[in-house]
Design a binder for this molecule. Structure first.
Ligand SMILES: [Zn+2]
Length: 271
């Protein structure tokens, strides 16, 4: 599943290709994504110039005048940039052709992604208005997280994955950041002290920053790559390592389910 670093990597790849470019054609092959692609999208987009590509959580926001085109990758979505697009396949649902000749092609086998048109102000749209601060936002500090969780008896890992508290920390990075901060994922959020939240937000930022840096190294191949742009594997400490020895203390990594997702942690290093 694309997480924040993959979306940010895609954004960084798109900026030099799309910003300042005019849309010369939009071809929607299948409108049945998570929400139907609006019938007016092609008309809204026709001849418009892309002024910027921003990210909020895992949403890509194409700024077009006062309006915004939103793309979300859902479970399996990705956006390719193609100079010579081959014939589309069944899992490719739309093409946006720019005046540079580059085609942005959206691929999404499970179709949980989204392509929407947001009227200004986009940030007031329900999808964006409900989001908490970005992990790298200085306001998203230990004091904020501590105060916002005083009444939350939910497990800290689930709180960390709650986009209303902090935006864009998915399963992989929640697991990895909790390991790095030495915090047991099942601990009640309201029992965590402010200094431990300080270690946690540092760990979240470090893990995400490392993944974004690694993603940047894949951007060289963005145009005309046949793979999924911006996808990369980190050397995880706990994620996907059930039963393997902890890289710090050698204890077997334990795996449990929380909120329907796999949680992996070291029973010795994480308290
Ligand atoms: Zn350990």
């Amino acid at each position: 599943m694309p997480e924040l670093p993959e979306v940010e990597t895609t954004r960084r790849g798109l900026v030099p290709l799309a910003v300042g470019r005019r849309v010369v054609a939009t071809k929607i092959y299948d409108r049945r994504l998570r929400w139907p692609v609006p019938r007016t999208l092609e008309k809204n987009l026709a001849g418009r110039v892309i002024d910027g590509v921003d990210r909020r959580g895992k949403y890509l926001l194409f700024r077009i005048g006062r309006d915004t085109m939103l793309i979300h990758f859902g479970m399996t979505g990705s956006l390719q940039a193609l100079k010579r697009p081959p014939p589309r396949t069944a899992h490719e649902h739309f093409d946006i052709v720019l005046d540079s000749g580059v085609t942005l092609r959206y691929r999404d086998p499970r179709r949980f992604g989204a392509l929407l048109w947001l009227k200004a102000p986009a940030e007031a749209h329900p999808l964006l208005a409900s989001l908490g601060p970005e992990p790298f936002d200085p306001a998203c500090d230990a004091r904020y997280l501590w105060r916002a969780t005083r009444r939350r008896k939910t497990a800290i890992k689930l709180a960390l994955m709650d986009n209303g508290l902090i935006t864009g920390v998915g399963n992989i990075y929640a697991n990895e950041a909790l390991f790095r901060a030495g915090i047991r994922p099942t601990l009640s959020a309201h029992r965590l002290s402010q200094p431990r939240f300080a270690r946690l937000i540092d760990a979240v930022r470090e893990t995400l920053a490392e993944a974004i840096a690694k993603g940047g190294s894949t951007l060289r191949d963005y145009v005309d790559s046949d793979g999924e742009p911006g996808y990369f594997q980190l050397d995880y400490s706990v994620y996907g390592r059930e039963g393997l020895p902890c890289r710090v203390c050698g204890t077997a990594i334990k795996s449990i389910r929380q909120g329907g997702r796999a949680t992996s942690y070291c029973p010795r290093c994480q308290r």
